[in-house]
Design a protein around this ligand. Sequence first.
Ligand SMILES: Cc1cc2nc3c(=O)[nH]c(=O)nc-3n(C[C@H](O)[C@H](O)[C@H](O)COP(=O)(O)OP(=O)(O)OC[C@H]3O[C@@H](n4cnc5c(N)ncnc54)[C@H](O)[C@@H]3O)c2cc1C
Length: 399
Amino acid sequence: MDMMFTDADRAFRDEVRTFFAENLPPAIAEIVRRTPSYVPKEDMVAWQKKLYEQGWIAPGWPVEYGGTGWTPMQKFIYGEEYQIADAPRISSFGITMVGPVIYTFGTPEQKERYLTKILSSDEFWCQGYSEPGAGSDLASLQTRAVRDGDEYVVNGQKIWTSQAHRADMMFCLVRTNPNVKKQEGISFLLIDMKSPGLTVKPIITMDGGHYLNEVFFDDVRVPVENRIAEENKGWTYAKFLLGHERTGIAGVSKSKREVEKVKQIARIERSEGGALLDDDEFRNRLSRVEVDLMALEITNLRMMAAMAAGKPPGPESSTLKIRGTQIAQELNELLIEALGYYALPYGPSQVRPDANEPPVGPDYGVGLMSERLLRRAASIYGGSNEIQKNIIAKAILGL
Ligand SMILES: Cc1cc2nc3c(=O)[nH]c(=O)nc-3n(C[C@H](O)[C@H](O)[C@H](O)COP(=O)(O)OP(=O)(O)OC[C@H]3O[C@@H](n4cnc5c(N)ncnc54)[C@H](O)[C@@H]3O)c2cc1C
């Protein structure tokens, strides 16, 4: 892959930057700067609709389904400008996860019914994979779906369901055959969150925010036409989806933005009479993270180029997930250290964009501790980093 920017790339960067400057409301960018994980749904929808109208909501999709047809370099530039603009993170469950499953394995009716509403953000999705007894060992899931005529009757429980309280639809793994090898008795269902018998209960995380939920199914009836492809073959579609989930999880552009934020704060904060950024030990640590991030960026670009050439994301995405989350967590820590004592007071402004209590300490510190606490989970969700190492050992190293 050619790593140099061409004149066309530079013109594309200008086009993207101009679009963000003209279309991203400053009030939404301000919320993203302060509480990036708690942007109100209406602001996310408003922003995602602008991207949809521009045709830029799903750069990873094939053009025939609404993708952009961009080169890997254009996608990379777009990702960078997206972060620089402080635009809200796209709700990934529809665009990045279930969308590719539906256009790859879905029936024409399913494509017709779901894809446009995913792109237009008229329907938000959540992911019903994990259960209290099935996280890393996902294939042990017990939520049961029993066929009754043209419907499945679903009973059981999901847990850690991000954003279920905001979702219209869930893609869900259920057990349709308990009498075979566990991977062979799973089906992939699309469930309406308004279905009678479905209950969502909040889980409050250690940052004090509401992001996660438990979801309970009590005789929830799901039409058979909501099943993706073959019954009992859900494991295949689930794994396909996880590959897509992990590619996005590298978060290179976001981490590059965080490096800039660390520098910005460390230029202002003091250490031993000088700027913190001039402190040898702090500089060394920051430089190490920056070098690691450059290496990750090149790896990410290589993988994007392979995908553009038609190679689906494979077990290599596990390497992106591990390094991406480690680097993001190191940066979260550096941000907190740079903030010093101001990181200690913790009020509602950390997780609530509408909080009217003024934050303690400088404005650039708002939300940093919340992000640090919430992002501790990045090395757990999407398959924990230990599990990613197992995948690398087996599928890449052949151990
Ligand atoms: C913030 C957050 C958001 C999430 N969002 C969603 C969501 O939207 N939808 C969803 O379905 N799930 C979601 N999850 C769940 C997530 O996918 C699981 O937490 C994850 O798969 C780990 O499962 P577990 O929590 O059951 O831990 P366990 O599987 O019980 O693991 C506990 C520990 O043991 C280690 N371990 C387990 N097995 C092995 C092994 N074979 N070798 C080495 N080490 C091992 C793990 O790495 C971990 O450190 C989310 C989780 C978090 C924290």
